[in-house]
Design a protein around this ligand. Structure first.
Ligand code: ADP
Ligand code: ZN
Length: 719
């Protein structure tokens, strides 16, 4: 017997199947989709069995060393999905399989994640046994339960237990335990409103694979998801729920656990590798019907999959930044179409691409245009900061300060957003005007006040903050940017009695820290929750009646064609945090661009007008959804070589892609990253049948070049 194995090396030049002989005694363990250990050159590697055959074209085959799995890891469905990923992203096949699996299941010789066991004790036959009084006490414990774990017996010394086992009074067995425990809560089911019920029926009855649930903030989308899942469960079908950055959505998880108990497996980056391994095992063993997770949970190998829900479907996090650069939404739609399952995309601010498909009836468009509580969406007031110059205190205008005061006096709570995208806290020299940049990357360093350190957010480079400018050597470096720490300080000065909780990368980096802040704010342990983008998403605090945005417009300045859309989304999402329960809410945006349409439409909570306006721009500028985009990145340690090769690619594109607009090559947005120089080409096209073919040839051409790297990103999220 011979097997074809795909080994763990992700380099494109090694990305093919190698044949191995199976020793007679291992034959019965062999199955396609299991992992094996094989000799590879002078090394030992792990790979997936992709083929079983009787003959090979190669002679002098080596033998496989061992079979690692009892059950199949890459099911037939995942095997096909991997091929689809390879075809659509042009990444190596092995990387497409690896990306679908949690660490403990990847092909890797360094893998050392294993099942966790515990000892469980049983009572055996007691006849003819001499028992001491101490031992009798232990035996008494078995009267109520016939099996007790080491944990149940933690007050008993191990030596007594060992003696009892030796004397055959007790029997001990090893039993697998799962590392993650779910929160035990009361079962709560809400009666759906007529509007919600309609949405559920509509989605259940549609012939279309994809439904777009466009529901304003607070319209009760989560309840609709849960009801749909329940309906599918009753048909014997399972569900996947994708959420952006799951660790940031503890409230959503809690609601799912209240309803579905331990019938849920969680897959997200905040879990330890062992926990992820266990959650994945529960899926593989068919012990759960629902998987909730971030992007890669779309690959969860549930059998009888009927429904994939993608919450906050406009989120960037569904696109993977590194190879394979896949989008979980595309994978979900591919999986669902193959299986005859359904996809639900849910958002209050769908991406333009998505809403356009809804309007064109490619997706089944379902609308929830009212809040569950029957209240209007919160009123938004714009403060023109141009007129506040000289009057404001720090970054706070008087109207915002007054409103915060009133809200706190009523015993209600405030959320404050510092829109930090593209406006991080950097230091600049007031003498020469230079800002301090990373020596390895072409970006400014971010100032962390609490540790007095300047840090690069790309490569991690860090240096102590000193006031001497590295450029002109005068002592004139100043912190000009504004960070949450600084705003927090200002708040303390302006409103000394207000209790403030801060939520940003720094305060949420430790495991569970985010949930702690959310819980504390829920319990009204603070008056103000101040934070970055994180405070805008998915949070549900009934007592929050004021939302303030310190700087509504900073994200408009991003060098990205989606910057208006991102700004509108963020403002709409954060506004949606106010007045979600009985009390009405109010919102204040401070802005220097009160006439900008993204800001104006966000003020009116008017997604449809924003959509219309932005679609005009996209059409004019030839951007999605009117055109498809591809980003080609050519990089090298040698900047000249990167330029030469990117010019070569440009020529190839011009020659073979006749119906495509080709921009560049030009230096990438971040030209230098970790001492590697990047050039980029942007392709825009509507119809270009051969584009995959041409780009695949390019990728193959550079696969064996170890001085230059070429990456292709279809439908890029960031430019
Ligand atoms: P969305 O996800 O659309 O922003 P949520 O699902 O978070 O909205 O619902 C908003 C609030 O309304 C939540 O506090 C939720 O518990 C509550 N809610 C949703 N549906 C109902 C219902 N049918 N009856 C009572 N309360 C509901
Ligand atoms: Zn750097």
């Amino acid at each position: 017997m011979i097997v074809g194995v795909l080994v763990e090396i992700t380099n494109k030049s090694v990305d093919r199947i190698f044949d191995y002989i199976v020793p007679k005694d291992l034959e019965k363990e062999i199955a396609i989709g299991k992992r094996v250990e094989v000799p590879f050159g002078s090394r030992i590697l792990v790979g997936f069995i992709l083929e079983i055959k009787q003959t090979s074209d190669t002679d002098k085959l080596k033998e496989i060393i061992k079979v690692l799995d009892k059950e199949v890891i890459l099911t037939e469905e995942l095997l096909n999905l991997g091929k689809y990923l390879q075809k659509t992203t042009l990444a190596s096949l092995i990387s497409c399989y690896q990306v679908m699996l949690p660490k403990g299941y990847k092909a890797s010789i360094k893998n050392n994640i294993n099942k966790k066991y515990r000892k469980v004790y049983y009572l055996s036959d007691l006849t003819d046994k001499k028992i001491t009084p101490r031992q009798k006490e232990v035996i008494e414990l078995f009267k109520e339960k016939d099996r007790l774990s080491r944990d149940d017996l933690k007050d008993i010394s191990i030596s007594i237990l060992n003696t009892l086992v030796k004397n055959k009074v007790l029997e001990v067995k090893k039993e697998e335990v799962y590392r993650l425990d779910y929160a035990k809560t009361e079962k709560k089911i809400k009666e759906l409103t007529p509007l919600q019920k309609n949405a559920v029926t509509n989605i259940l009855n549609t012939e279309k694979t994809v439904s777009l649930l466009y529901g304003v903030t607070g319209s009760g989308k989560t309840e609709v998801y849960m009801e749909l899942i329940d309906k599918y469960l009753k048909k014997g079908l399972k569900s996947i729920v994708l959420v952006p950055e799951i660790s940031l959505t503890p409230q959503l998880i809690k609601r799912f656990e209240e309803r579905f108990k331990d019938n849920i497996a969680l897959l997200h980056s905040a879990l330890s590798d062992g926990e992820k391994y266990d959650e994945y095992r529960r899926i593989v063993k068919g012990e759960v019907d629902i998987v909730i997770g971030a992007r890669s949970a779309v690959f969860a190998p549930l059998k009888n999959l009927g429904l994939i829900i993608i919450d906050e479907c406009h989120s960037d996090s569904y696109k993977q930044d590194n190879s394979p650069k896949y989008n979980a939404k595309d994978v979900a739609i591919k999986r669902a179409s193959d299986l005859g399952a359904k996809v639900v995309l849910g958002s209050a601010t769908p991406m333009l691409e998505e809403y356009a498909r809804g309007l064109k009836n490619v997706f089944n468009l379902v609308t929830l245009d009212r809040r569950v509580n029957g209240k209007e969406l919160p009123k938004v007031e714009l403060i023109d900061m141009n007129k506040e110059v000289g009057k404001s205190k720090g970054h706070f205008s008087q109207p915002l300060i007054d409103e915060i005061n009133k809200t706190i006096e009523r015993g209600e709570q405030v959320i404050l957003l510092l829109n930090r995208r593209g406006y991080s806290s950097f230091v600049t020299c007031s003498n020469c005007g230079e800002s301090v940049k990373c020596p390895n990357c072409d970006i400014t360093l971010t100032y962390h006040k609490s540790s007095n350190i300047l840090r690069c957010h790309y490569c991690g480079y860090a240096t102590k903050y000193v006031v001497t400018c590295p450029n002109c050597h005068k002592d004139s470096l100043k912190d000009l940017g504004v960070g949450t720490e600084k705003i927090e300080e200002e708040l303390k000065m302006i409103l000394p009695k207000a209790r403030v909780l801060r939520m940003d990368i720094d305060t949420t980096s430790r495991k569970g820290a985010h949930k702690k802040i959310v819980d504390a704010f829920s319990k009204k342990e603070a008056d103000i929750l101040l934070g970055t983008q994180m405070v805008a998403k998915g949070l549900d605090f009934p007592n929050v009646t004021l939302v303030g945005v310190i700087n509504a417009d900073t994200s408009l300045m991003l060098p990205d064609f989606r910057s208006s859309e991102k700004t509108f989304d963020l403002l709409n999402q954060v506004s949606g945090r106010a007045g979600r329960s009985e009390k009405s809410g109010k919102v204040i945006f401070q802005t220097f661009n009160p006439d900008n349409y993204a800001i104006k439409c966000a003020k009116e909570n008017d997604y449809k007008s924003f959509y219309k306006e932005e679609m005009k721009n996209r059409k004019l500028m030839k951007y999605p959804p009117y055109y498809y985009l591809v980003l080609i990145n050519v990089s090298s340690k040698d900047s000249k070589l990167a330029l030469i090769e990117s010019k070569k690619c440009e020529k190839v594109c011009h020659k073979y892609l006749d119906k495509t607009i080709i921009l560049g090559s030009s230096p990438a947005t971040i030209f230098k990253k970790q001492n590697i120089y990047h050039y980029q080409l942007i392709l825009k096209y509507q119809y270009q049948d051969n584009i995959h073919e041409v780009l695949e040839k390019l990728v193959e051409y550079y696969a064996t070049n170890n001085k230059v790297n070429l990456e292709v990103d279809f439908n890029p999220i960031h430019m």
